[in-house]
Design a protein around this ligand. Structure first.
Ligand SMILES: [Zn+2]
Length: 99
């Protein structure tokens, strides 16, 4: 059982790790920071803050980077969605756009 107080601490730590991951050019550090943040969220059943969750590939847990070939495509029509392709593992993630 994880209390609200602990969850607040976890959330702060997750934000710190994700900001670190986003600001470093060190690939090893970046991967470790993302993995640690995701693990923290899973263990404590804390939701990863949305803006960060959108940047992480669900298959390989790397951050989407244009420099590594990640692509964002918008599919119009009914059920509008953004299609994100991971430049690292090639996984395709679809994010529905709320009306
Ligand atoms: Zn991936």
């Amino acid at each position: 059982m994880v209390g609200d107080r602990l969850r607040a601490v976890v959330r702060r730590e997750v934000v710190r790790l994700m900001e670190l991951a986003l600001s470093t050019e060190d690939e090893v550090l970046r991967e470790a920071a993302v993995r640690h943040a995701v693990t923290l969220c899973r263990r404590t059943r804390t939701r990863m803050p949305r803006p960060y969750a959108r940047l992480i590939c669900r298959r390989c847990l790397s951050l989407y980077r244009f420099s590594e070939g990640s692509r964002f495509r918008v599919r119009a029509g009914r059920g509008k969605r953004v299609v994100v392709t991971c430049g690292k593992c090639g996984a395709v993630n679809r994010v529905p756009i709320e009306p």
